[in-house]
Design a protein around this ligand. Structure first.
Ligand code: AMP
Length: 193
């Protein structure tokens, strides 16, 4: 069983790469951002609260994310491997991930950290904002998302380096080239595991 996490700052290409990799390795693609946006589209009271956080670039609480994610993972008919996109975003989430995967007898995911310079990411996100329709792809929210990424999410890398399997890939290249770099790195890692 192969489980992967696609990790990196906002705009690094997690979503796009996840789709290609999910197809390549036949994995279920699970994006916590997408699970949240689905809740927002339901226009419930809960969805409104979520939207208020997302539109400012704040993180949704660990408790809510964990419930939403594991409820979703439990619904997968035959669990043969997933690619997590946008999770974990805090050390607390990473701790819970190891605990919950172990409890279910699932292999702990390999974390693929996609590195891209922040100034490149900001201009990518501003471009994306023109077409994505996402309320969080505007300049003020983007700035906040980076602040939160640097303070709350980046520490996951150190935590993961100590407790799990970590691969770092340079994400400053054409999309296809980055996909190939990730596949090469994951295959080499799995071969030597
Ligand atoms: P994304 O689609 O991954 O860029 O996520 C969009 C937004 O959803 C983030 O900026 C957060 O507000 C929220 N979000 C997504 N995943 C998580 C998570 N694992 N923990 C907390 N908030 C999340």
């Amino acid at each position: 069983m192969l489980n992967l996490i696609l990790f990196g700052a906002p705009g690094c290409g997690k979503g796009t790469q996840s789709l290609f990799l999910a197809e390549h390795y036949s994995l279920d693609h699970v994006s916590t951002g997408e699970l949240l946006r689905e809740e927002v589209r339901k226009e419930t009271e809960f969805g409104e609260k979520v939207e208020a956080l997302i539109s400012k670039g704040h993180l949704v609480s660990d408790e809510i994310i964990l419930e939403l994610l594991f409820e979703h993972l439990e619904e997968i008919d035959e669990f043969t491997g997933v690619i997590l996109d946008g999770f974990p975003r805090t050390v607390g989430q990473a701790e819970a991930l190891f605990r919950e995967f172990k409890e279910r007898g699932w292999v702990a995911p390999i974390l693929v950290n996609i590195e891209v310079d922040e100034d490149i990411l900001v201009s990518r996100l501003l471009e994306r904002g023109k077409v994505s329709g996402r309320t969080d792809d505007n300049e003020e929210t983007i700035r906040n998302r980076f602040k939160i990424y640097n303070s709350a999410t980046q520490p996951v890398i150190d935590y993961y380096a100590q407790h799990g399997d970590l691969i770092t890939v340079n994400g400053q290249a054409e999309i296809k080239e980055v996909t190939q770099r990730i596949i090469d790195a994951v295959d080499a890692f799995v071969k030597n595991r």
